[in-house]
Design a protein around this ligand. Structure first.
Ligand SMILES: Cc1ncc(COP(=O)(O)O)c(C=O)c1O
Length: 507
């Protein structure tokens, strides 16, 4: 690792950077094991530093933007990528700019770009038919599918979760998980009896009793997707919601915690207890008016909404409420799942007495879906169903991702790398008061705030022009989502870039 740092220092030749390097030995103190695994994480041919030829978007991106604009509104496009040349932690754009990527396609790339183990899956001719033929898995799954699901998914399933469905994206996984929960909820109400003829007929026309007024409780600021029901549980951005009919489902207040969490324990606890009380009140109100709430749905860290954290006690409190009222406790790990928080599943940080009932996934897993406990299993066929019910090609790739994570001990690696990242941001917070604040995170899943939206957006733009891509979330937050293979050397390049920019912004 020292060799990498020396290389970074030599190329960057920055005073700030040297301090990061000095700090590293005291901050990260990586074990010998991590140092070994870190060197094996290095991707051959990965770029050593960002290299900028143009501002971003460059001329080629601008041209392509015009072309794409003819076909669709592409106002959200940042730049066009060259995915042949992108490698590891670096994305290359169509103008040849080499950019350190700490946003990773909205937190959805686990092993960086063009990881050799994943390329190998494609090169292996044995796998050709998996990519060429996309079966309707609900009707004609391939013979090796049970085994594939076990290897790729059940091997990493949260405890006590023996059941899984795959879907396309995170929204779709959530959408179908709600259907599963409602089916379970009503089956409990029917005491396990089959639905009545009246129920079967009325549901076709969206009428009760077959279409009961059930709901899912979600939190202000949350993001659970863009499809109809998932959108109803999303409260982070108007772009997801405007002009779509909204359902009257309970929306609870999310605790507004003060950071650093360890300095505001008592205040934060009081805030969380008040929020838990409002959750119970909302459930009581809705139930009283005949609109039963079948589940509490929660993100372990409210990501899109602004990287808002809550304590393990808060989540344990939510689970207790679901148990008290016969509801399901559903955790949306679309963004937090697969290791970046320092645990395979973020809810493992909470010390729950029993695991959640449903855990949904997406992003880094390469496909959407959800794990769930046996008790929620549906009796009737065809209720959790669509044409593809996932994609075996994505399951095949996930199998390799999981293997690499295990072989390279990437979750421990993330914890160590995350320490460097978080200490670094906290240090910047101390040295640039008023400019950056509320440094927070779990392992490499991290964020910090700036004073207002304009400054935050300008900072992201300017960092990108200097070869560092990060994300935004909420109104004022900088969102850091490096891949699982990011190393301290990448963190230092990022911290150095941010420090230089903050120094200039101060002048
Ligand atoms: C926590 C969470 N759930 C669900 C979704 C929706 O996933 P997708 O965009 O894959 O539909 C997102 C997307 O950002 C998310 O962050």
């Amino acid at each position: 690792m020292a060799k990498h740092l020396a290389r970074v220092a030599k190329t960057a030749n920055g005073a700030g950077l040297s301090r990061w390097i000095r700090n590293l030995s005291s901050v990260a103190s990586p074990s010998a094991k991590t140092m070994d695994s870190t060197s094996s994480i290095d991707l051959e041919g990965e770029y050593t530093m960002p290299k900028m030829l143009t501002e971003v978007p460059g001329p080629r991106s601008r041209q392509l933007f015009l072309e794409l604009s003819d076909i669709q509104n592409c106002g959200s496009v940042n730049f066009f990528g060259d995915y042949k040349l992108s490698k590891g932690n670096y994305i290359v754009d169509v103008d040849g700019n080499i950019i350190l990527d700490f946003f990773m396609q909205i937190a959805s790339i686990s092993l960086g770009y063009n990881h050799p183990a994943l390329l190998e899956v494609l090169r292996n001719k044995e796998n050709a038919e998996v990519f060429v033929n996309r079966p309707a898995l609900g009707m004609f799954p391939p013979g090796d599918y049970p085994q594939r699901l076990r290897q790729a998914l059940l091997s990493i399933a949260p405890q006590e979760m023996t059941q899984v469905y795959t879907m396309g994206c995170g929204s779709c996984g959530n959408e179908f998980a709600f259907k599963l929960i409602w089916a379970w909820y009503m089956s409990v109400k029917r005491h396990g009896n089959p639905p009545t003829v009246q129920e079967l007929e009325s549901c076709i026309n969206n009428q009760a009793p077959g279409s009961p007024p059930l709901s899912v409780l979600s939190f202000k600021g949350s993001m659970h997707g863009r499809t109809m029901a998932a959108m109803n549980c999303t409260h982070s951005r108007w772009q997801v919601k405007l002009d779509n009919p909204g359902l009257d489902w309970p929306i609870a207040k999310w605790p507004e915690l003060k950071y650093p969490l360890e300095e505001f324990v008592a205040e934060n606890q009081a805030e969380e207890e008040a929020c838990l009380a409002t959750v119970e009140e909302l459930i009581a109100d809705h139930t009283k008016s005949g609109r039963n709430v079948a589940a509490i749905l929660v993100e372990p860290v409210q990501a899109e909404g602004g990287d808002h954290h809550a304590s393990p006690a808060f989540f344990r409190g939510l689970q207790q409420i679901t148990e008290k009222y016969g509801m399901a406790f559903m955790v949306d790990e679309v963004q937090t799942g697969l290791g970046a928080t320092g645990k395979l599943w973020c809810h493992e940080h909470w010390d729950l007495p029993t695991p959640p009932d449903v855990v949904s996934f997406g992003k880094k897993m390469g496909l959407g879906g959800f794990f769930y406990k046996d008790k929620l299993r549906i009796k009737e066929a065809g209720r959790i169903f669509n044409t593809w019910v996932g994609d075996p090609a994505k399951v095949l790739l996930l199998e390799t991702v999981v293997k690499v994570i295990q072989e390279q001990n990437l979750i421990e690696h993330c914890r160590n790398t995350g320490e460097v990242l978080q200490e670094g941001i906290k240090d910047l917070e101390k040295r640039f008061p008023g400019q950056i604040c509320n440094a927070r995170g779990l392992a490499t899943f991290a964020a910090a705030d700036m004073k207002d939206t304009e400054t935050r957006d300008g900072t992201i733009r300017e960092l990108r022009n200097r070869g560092i891509q990060i994300g935004h979330c909420g109104p004022t937050s900088l969102r850091f989502r490096p891949s699982l293979i990011a190393q301290p050397k990448h963190i230092h390049i990022f911290l150095d870039g941010l420090e230089r920019l903050l120094t200039e912004q101060r002048q």
